[in-house]
Design a protein around this ligand. Structure first.
Ligand SMILES: [Zn+2]
Length: 290
């Protein structure tokens, strides 16, 4: 008989582990790792080793949109033991590779991992995280100033190569300028805005920002600290969040731009119809008569 409680526990464990794995695949730069200590981390290691990750959503650089990806394992030759016969028994395989495939057009992303002691380290990825982010950014970057685009590019490139603190310096500058411009766009300036802490700035211009940012603004108060006060781990943890917020703000701006453009187009088409002099008011009735 299947023990329902056991089964539920197993499913919860698998889901928690998958979260770790997907975070390592999609959000963590090279040489980031999972420390294999507890049950969840052990399960995460197994999911990577056996390519048992299930489906996850990721931006596909070919499709230009977020699509579902499925992973399969790629056997790596000589991944265990030394050079002598039998070494494989005492030193099991330690290098694993995954091939994750877009289910829309079969674009493949490759990932490589090495287990060193109790750490499972991400040692390779193609396309790079920066390339994936650039692809994602391309759709929505019209709202970026050229200087911001350059610095955001530097940030993404540095983060993909394990330079989290340096990456964060650039990302933070872009974020601060976006907040500054959002404030300027409001028309009505908030008194003493520039002197406020980041969480207070967010509160002050909340209408212009994604709701999750506003409700979780305390997280962003850390951005008011000096760069030297932040640890590398804090930078690593904050980078994906601040990046996601910047992308979401750009997405909102792009959405707004498209809405305005569509409204203009509709208005122009309507004016063209009215100017054509063709009568439409009685059109339906005339047809009904005929
Ligand atoms: Zn695709």
């Amino acid at each position: 008989m299947v023990d329902v409680e056991e089964w539920k526990k197993k499913r919860a464990l698998q889901a928690a582990a998958k979260e770790l794995v997907v975070d390592l695949l999609l959000h963590k730069g090279l040489y980031s790792f999972i420390t294999i200590e507890d049950e969840i981390q052990n399960e995460a290691e197994r999911q990577i080793r056996e390519a048992n990750v299930g489906t996850f959503d990721c931006f596909c650089t070919t499709c230009g949109q977020v699509t579902p990806f499925i992973s399969q394992s790629m056997p790596v030759k000589n991944s265990g033991g030394g050079l002598r016969h039998g070494d494989g028994l005492s030193r099991p395989p330690s290098v694993f590779a995954l091939r994750s495939v877009c289910q829309r057009d079969l674009t493949a992303y490759l990932y490589a991992f090495q287990k060193v002691g109790d750490r499972l380290i991400k040692i390779g990825q193609l396309p790079s995280m920066a390339d994936i982010s650039f692809g994602e950014l391309k759709r929505i970057d019209k709202g970026l100033e050229p200087g911001d685009r350059k610095e955001l590019g530097t940030a993404l490139g540095l983060f993909a190569h394990d330079a989290a603190a340096g990456a964060f310096v650039y990302l933070r500058r872009v974020f601060e300028r976006m907040i500054h411009r959002a404030h300027q766009r409001r028309g009505e300036p908030v008194e003493g805005f520039d002197q406020k802490r980041m969480d207070e700035k967010i509160e002050a211009i909340k209408d212009a920002l994604p709701e999750r940012v506003v409700t979780n603004r305390k997280v962003f108060s850390v951005l008011s600290q000096g760069v030297h006060e932040l640890t590398d781990d804090q930078c690593k943890a904050l980078f994906p969040l601040v990046k996601a917020v910047i992308f979401q703000m750009l997405e909102q701006e792009e959405h707004q731009r498209r809405k305005v453009a569509a409204e203009k187009e509709t208005e122009a088409a309507l004016q063209a119809v009215l100017a054509s002099g063709i009568k439409f008011e009685n059109g339906v009735k005339d047809e009904e008569k005929a």
